[in-house]
Write a protein that binds this ligand. Sequence first.
Ligand SMILES: NC(=O)c1ccc[n+]([C@@H]2O[C@H](COP(=O)([O-])OP(=O)(O)OC[C@H]3O[C@@H](n4cnc5c(N)ncnc54)[C@H](OP(=O)(O)O)[C@@H]3O)[C@@H](O)[C@H]2O)c1
Length: 337
Amino acid sequence: MSAETMRAIRFERYGGPDVLELGRAPVPVPGRRDVLVEVRAAAVNPVDCKFRAGTHRAVIRKTLPVTPGMDLSGVVRAVGAGVTDFRVGDAVFASPHHRRMGAYAELALVAERELAHKPERLDHVEAASLPLAALTAWDALVRHGRVQPGERVLIQAGAGGVGSIAIQLAKHLGAEVSTTASAANHELVRSLGADLAIDHHRERYEVAARGSDLVIDSLGPQHWRRALECVRPGGRIVALTTGLPDAVARRGPWLGLALAAAEIVLFTLRARVTRGVRFVAMAREPNGATLAKIARLVDTGAIRPVLDSVLPLSEAAEAHRRVETGRSRGKVVLSCG
Ligand SMILES: NC(=O)c1ccc[n+]([C@@H]2O[C@H](COP(=O)([O-])OP(=O)(O)OC[C@H]3O[C@@H](n4cnc5c(N)ncnc54)[C@H](OP(=O)(O)O)[C@@H]3O)[C@@H](O)[C@H]2O)c1
């Protein structure tokens, strides 16, 4: 770290949104294959809230104080000596690895391999809303879900940050898409391409979408059994959310982590043995090459961002409160310009 400082949101203890404070942090210095980005906008993800609350501290090891943020769009300020694909002044976007979280700041470091050029048709706020959600949607549908044209896919929480992108990507890949959303969000999810919108307050999705080839579950272990009812024998379930926050709240960070891991192993076996279903609990891979493919899909009009709200960086605590309602439509973004 250099002696120079920058504006940054930080927290010095785990807790509620009020632990987030605007202060000053050392400007990070790029290593050989790193890029220093002037952050113009940073999106807020549920994982930022979970980490701030302390539920992921056994998985994401950090020394406090921490600047959160795993989604950014901005302009390259400096590059390490070994960087070949980016130059000072390039407009870029990325979802940095959790070891490099820190996007709620004036400047952030990103490994070159995790960075991509920003889609041309988007401004920085729109671009910042995409990387983590779109990489997650890609990994769920393509890398783990191996979705094929004509397959039936159920995407949970279609109005959310991940769901709103996953619907569009699944349609682009030729799938038939069912999704769950409150009735007030049905128009939105249909406009994104969903063939069937299921009101999760009134209907049982495991009935409405029975026989799906693939279920993308973002709701957690209490929904896995229902996903297993919903998917056809021999199908696939990709889970984005584990029982870690609940287990940590009940049993503390270490035993909670062990219990959440055991739950995944047991359910994987159960799905395989009882229905021949492949169950995968995944974490998105920060990957610049995949992000570049996503940028092309944005520039050809196959994927568009969905913004819930835009707040200034100083209102990070309010942005976390909004995300923690569990009712945001698309992404909440912090404007850092
Ligand atoms: N494994 C990974 O790499 C990874 C990556 C990204 C996210 N995640 C996890 O995936 C989950 C979703 O992330 P996100 O960013 O999409 O969250 P989000 O944007 O906060 O999701 C909000 C949406 O969830 C919907 N929702 C809430 N309860 C629902 C229910 N019971 N049934 C259906 N929809 C419901 C709401 O829609 P309605 O108002 O219409 O109900 C709302 O639009 C989070 O737990 C997140 O941590 C994991």
